[in-house]
Design a protein around this ligand. Sequence first.
Ligand SMILES: Nc1ncnc2c1ncn2[C@@H]1O[C@H](COP(=O)(O)OP(=O)(O)O)[C@@H](O)[C@H]1O
Ligand SMILES: [Mg+2]
Length: 212
Amino acid sequence: MISITLQVKNIAKEFNRKKLFENISFDADAGSAIAVTGKNGSGKSTLVKILCGLLEPTRGTWVLTVEDKKIPHEEYYKNIGLVSPYLNLYDEFSGIENLDFIAKIRRLQNPSTIIESVLEDFGLFKHRKKEVKYYSSGMKQRLKYCAALLHKPEILFLDEPQSNLDSEGISVVRTYMKQQRERGILIFATNDEDDLSYADAVIKLNSLNIEK
Ligand SMILES: Nc1ncnc2c1ncn2[C@@H]1O[C@H](COP(=O)(O)OP(=O)(O)O)[C@@H](O)[C@H]1O
Ligand SMILES: [Mg+2]
């Protein structure tokens, strides 16, 4: 297993001078799974976006180290995969065109084997040539997983892992969650009790929303 650590210290986020959360601190290393829970609007997605490098926190630091090398925030995308409701696919492209495009952006060498294997795992191989605008919401969610896994990320972030998935889709996701935890770090935001059993640590956000 390669060495990966994510050290999160005293992260706080405010929107319009309203405190959403503060003092979020944890350390994760390869082999660990961290869950973020809290009611709707408590800031789960906001915390995930911050840790992915998509949003700046109001305070706090977070440092990702891979094989003793500190990764600059602007290069996080190389090491992370994200599956979330606010991530969009290209509707006019087919499933496989979406994945080919992402593989190209990520400069993956010989991506066809991994593309075929994730499409197969997520039951999309037979739909690969269909334009995404004709996909059901569950199929789109499955394709987001394929897209997030192509480069075998060291950290996988899942915001609402099960959204729109049927039991078959959930079971594939569970397999990948376990696998991710075996070879890297898994961080997921959820309110599902079953999901929580996959976590070593749970961060509970309790909607401070305190006016300063
Ligand atoms: N860019 C933003 N500007 C202002 N408020 C925001 C912004 N993004 C999120 N919020 C607010 O922050 C709160 C937390 O949102 P979110 O992180 O999506 O919560 P959760 O994922 O737990 O449901 C909500 O009240 C939301 O309206
Ligand atoms: Mg959310």
